[in-house]
Design a binder for this molecule. Structure first.
Ligand SMILES: CC(C)(COP(=O)(O)OP(=O)(O)OC[C@H]1O[C@@H](n2cnc3c(N)ncnc32)[C@H](O)[C@@H]1OP(=O)(O)O)[C@@H](O)C(=O)NCCC(=O)NCCS
Length: 165
């Protein structure tokens, strides 16, 4: 399995990957580091031949209230009604090999074990079809449009039951 837990020493690499993959939607180092420090068990690195080629940042959160992009979370809410996938990002050469599907299965299993009944995310960069294949569906939440716009024009809130598929 080329995915392994992310450690604080990986954060420099995560920033390089994030800046290269999410051009136009940069996130500050403090924002990425906070995710890893608040919920390290939800953060993973994709490594091939010792080279970092992708990452995943995820954590429990409030349902249908996706955090604004590039904002600190402050704390993990308790109770938290959804397992939130902040980002799964692979370099172009790492795509199409099933790595993203692999980490998605791992995240679903983690959410189930942690007692969540759903996972959610904001799909960006035309990734909606990938997430649909992984069992997510778009949901409309009144009043969310302005917040979603901070993620880009095609951003959509998506949800999946842990039990589906
Ligand atoms: C979205 C992303 C993680 C998908 O990674 P990937 O390596 O292409 O995914 P996989 O190889 O695991 O693909 C799983 C399935 O989804 C399909 N798929 C992936 N991206 C797709 C797309 N944009 N359109 C249609 N199908 C897609 C694959 O064909 C595959 O289908 P199959 O199981 O029928 O063969 C990757 O494209 C990426 O990192 N994009 C940039 C960052 C990003 O936008 N992340 C999402 C943030 S919400």
């Amino acid at each position: 399995m080329p995915w392994r837990p992310m450690i604080p020493e990986d954060l420099g690499q995560v920033q390089v990957l994030a800046d290269a993959i999410h051009v136009g939607h940069p996130e500050d180092p403090e924002v990425l580091a906070e995710r890893q420090s608040l919920y390290p068990q939800g953060c993973f690195m994709l490594v091939e031949d010792t080279r970092a080629i992708g990452y995943a940042l995820t954590h429990p959160w409030r349902f249908a209230e996706p955090p604004r992009l590039n904002r600190l979370l402050g704390a993990i809410p308790s109770p938290a009604a959804t397992y939130y996938i902040h980002d799964v990002a692979l370099l172009p050469e790492a795509r199409g090999k099933g790595y993203a599907a692999q980490i998605t299965s791992l995240l679903v299993a983690h959410a189930r074990k942690a007692g969540f009944d759903n996972l959610s995310l904001v799909a960006v960069n035309k990734s909606q079809i990938f997430w649909e294949k992984a069992g997510f569906r778009v949901i409309a939440v009144p009043g969310l449009d302005a917040k979603l716009a901070s993620y880009g024009p095609d951003a959509a809130l998506m949800v999946r039951d842990v039990a589906s598929l």
